[in-house]
Design a protein around this ligand. Sequence first.
Ligand SMILES: [Ca+2]
Ligand SMILES: [Ca+2]
Length: 93
Amino acid sequence: MLIRSIFLMTLLLSANSAWAEPKSATDKIVDRFLELDQDASEGVSLDEYLLMVNERAKDRFKEIDANRDGEVTDPEYRDFWQQKKAQWYRLER
Ligand SMILES: [Ca+2]
Ligand SMILES: [Ca+2]
């Protein structure tokens, strides 16, 4: 009887870890954010955060600066904005 319950306990415990709680959407977002932690301090410093922000800003800038001359002109920004507006409009529908 005792062996049987130990066996069941073991089964339950291993089942528990095998089917661990699925991660919530928030858990996944927090995990993604903490991937910014470059020095494994288990926290994201302003510098670590800015690395990501700067990368994204650079990518966005390159996207807007159609002729890649390092400057965004009125027509370039106008085109970018019209495209984005059209995309967002399609997503909303
Ligand atoms: Ca850190
Ligand atoms: Ca340009």
